[in-house]
Design a protein around this ligand. Structure first.
Ligand code: ACM
Length: 636
């Protein structure tokens, strides 16, 4: 090699090494401990890859495939390293001493040693892929380091609602790939609801021939401008569902199916009206309920909200649900089956003579206890098959089923109450940013959403363990989940836009110890690189607005605009003349000053353009020096 070139490469490699100032080595979620050691390991064409573990062959292949994309060559796989041969080794030796799903990575100048078993080894590979720097010439220089890592919570989940809008198998797989990369280990699949039943049940074909399609959906925010008359339809065959279970399991992800009962059952009731309290009667949303209107029951619903249709707690219904659950259990090997339990209006149970007689017979004092009876009957069946139920926090009302896990969504109260009753809990409070159908900024450019405001920083700030719990009760908090409801999410692209980067925040609060949380490092050091990767992978993530820019009015006469690009390789463009910035606006290259005369204001408007060319929403900050229209109260 020519001398000048070799000096240059050494300089570049060193720059790269010294550039590794990120204490987390770029890894999301942040590992438990990362200790920089001396020297570097150089990956080049002579490096061998050795899998010495029993269950790491696929993980080794994954790593090698990644090295091909990163370095441009594959590593030769070998059984043992020759003397002085540099190697990347996957091993399970010592893994028994690691916590569940834990792993270690030890990088020395001679070896990269990844230790773990099963999920642990798989996660070691995910972290290794995330920490590899870019190549320089034909080499990748990896700083020596000791990483010791394991999860804070055993349940790290995300829910996808495929009832309100249907998402194809190809998208579900692409989504699962990303979950695995961030060590999210549970995919909660919301398969049934009022607006569509999405899983083939062989014994009840009408669930999908009738229950999986509707004639329209809302345009704009509910109540919207009326329905667009495109048919919304789709369901997964049992074979397709099994394919997803297998695909996820290969990535150490458990799929938990949700079959909603006793409410959110309109699609099932449309298919089999005998499951309703009033099989022979037209049903309407009652005027007594807060969601009153003239919406029709016993149909696959075309609009959003909560509907009065509810399963009647008859022997016939329980036989139906048990048969459905038996088929579900045969497809999904998960310990948990989610049975819904949320937002079950009691209006029809109150009106139904059958329900009132049943309540007397069973000694149930109100309809909440009837709901509890319903859930407990289902729980017995599910427990009888060796599985456990999870339900939304309404299953606390009227008495918790003995072995149920509670998913706390209406704030944390349900989760706290359940933990205090020694029941397992998954925290997913909408009020803390875990509802990722909510909007991500206040920009008018945001697409239509269901409402709410949940930027990725809100999820990041959330600690799933409520302070009010005692040390003993805290152990019932099994984990945390983000929910992607799809009323306003019609396409995979929009689903991705809602999910990312918020799922990266979720990953960190679900995995990393609280002491390792560091929003500045997350947003400014690691996230930009991960977003550049998502950009390259054609994932339609939400492009953050510039780092250091807020949407609150600033007051003063002189302002220093000091921004950072939130996506590596992206650019910020801005305007100060009220126009909407585009790539023809000013390119932000360095901090600058804006001087605003007394009594005037300026509006800083920015966009971020990602390397793929996609644009963020516009963010505006008003720079006000006493302009009357911005602060009318100042006039008083
Ligand atoms: C829910 O958001 N209804 C669980």
């Amino acid at each position: 090699m020519n001398k000048v070139l070799s000096i240059l490469i050494v300089a570049l490699i060193s720059t790269n090494v010294f550039a590794q100032t990120d204490p987390n080595f770029g890894i999301i979620p942040a590992p438990v401990s990362v200790t920089r050691a001396n020297g570097n390991f150089i990956i080049d064409k002579t490096t061998v890859l050795i899998n010495q573990s029993l269950d790491g062959a696929k993980s080794a292949d994954l790593l090698n495939a990644f090295i091909v994309t990163k370095a441009g060559f594959a590593l030769r796989e070998a059984k043992v390293a020759q003397p002085n041969q540099k190697s990347i080794v996957l091993t399970s030796v010592g893994a028994d001493k690691l916590p569940a799903e834990g792993y270690t990575i030890k990088v020395t100048p001679n070896q990269i040693l990844l230790t773990g078993k099963g999920a642990g080894l798989f996660y070691a590979v995910q972290s290794a892929m995330q920490m590899l720097p870019d190549k320089v010439g034909d080499k990748i220089s990896v700083p020596a380091v000791d990483i010791n890592d394991y999860p804070r919570f055993s349940y790290r989940g995300t829910m996808l609602d495929v009832s309100r809008h249907f998402f194809p198998i190809s998208f579900i797989k692409k989504y699962i790939d990303q979950l695995a990369f961030y060590k999210i280990n549970t995919f909660h699949w919301h398969l049934t609801d009022d607006q569509g039943w999405r899983l083939e049940i062989k014994k009840y074909p009408k669930l999908t021939t009738v229950g999986s399609s509707r004639n329209g959906s809302v345009i704009g925010n509910y109540p919207g401008k009326g329905n667009y008359l495109t048919e919304v339809k789709g369901f997964y065959t049992q074979d397709e569902a099994k394919e997803i279970v297998k695909y996820a399991a290969e990535r150490y992800i458990t799929v938990i199916p949700e079959i909603e009962l006793p409410g959110h059952a309109s699609a099932a009731i449309a298919a089999y009206p005998e499951l309703s309290c009033f099989p022979d009667r037209d049903t309407f949303v009652s005027d007594k309920t807060p969601w009153a209107g003239s919406r029709k029951g016993k149909q696959v619903q075309q609009t959003w909200g909560v509907f009065d249709d509810i399963f009647v707690p008859s022997e016939n219904t329980f036989t139906f649900l048990n048969n459905v659950l038996d088929e579900v259990i045969a497809i999904f090997p998960s310990k948990y089956i989610h049975i819904g339990g949320d937002e079950a209006p009691k209006t029809y149970w109150k009106e139904s003579a059958f329900c009132q007689v049943l309540m007397k017979e069973k000694g149930l004092k109100d309809e909440h206890e009837l709901q509890s009876y319903f859930i407990q009957t289902i729980e017995k069946h599910v427990n009888g098959k060796g599985r456990s139920i999870i339900g939304w926090d309404e299953i606390l009302e009227g008495g918790l089923a003995p072995n149920a896990t509670v998913m706390s969504w209406r704030g944390e109260d349900g989760g706290i109450a359940a933990a205090q009753q020694n029941h397992d809990v998954i925290m997913t409070p909408g009020s803390m940013g875990l509802y990722i159908d909510h909007k991500q900024s206040n920009s008018p450019d945001e697409p239509v959403t269901i409402g709410g405001f949940a930027p990725y920083q809100n999820i990041y700030a959330y600690d799933p363990i409520p302070k009010v719990l005692t040390a003993d009760q805290r152990k019932y908090i099994k984990g945390v989940q983000a929910n992607l409801w799809s009323e306003y999410i019609k396409t995979p692209a929009k689903a991705e836009n809602h999910a990312f980067p918020r799922l990266l925040s979720l990953a960190e609060i679900a995995w990393s110890p609280v002491e390792r949380k560091d929003l500045k490092n997350f947003s400014e050091e690691r996230l930009p690189k991960h977003l550049a990767r998502l950009d390259e992978m054609n994932v339609n993530y939400w492009i953050p607005t510039p780092i250091n820019q807020g949407d609150k009015t600033l007051t003063g006469s002189e302002f220093t605009i000091d921004l950072k690009v939130p996506v590596t390789g992206g650019k910020i463009y801005y305007s100060l003349d009220e126009s909407r910035p585009s790539e023809n606006a000013f390119l932000y290259t360095a901090p600058f000053k804006v001087v605003v005369p007394q009594g005037e204001k300026r509006t800083l408007k920015t966009i971020v353009i990602a390397p793929s060319g996609r644009s963020s929403v516009t963010l505006q900050t008003i720079l006000n020096n006493g302009a009357a229209e911005v602060k009318p109260e100042a006039k008083k």
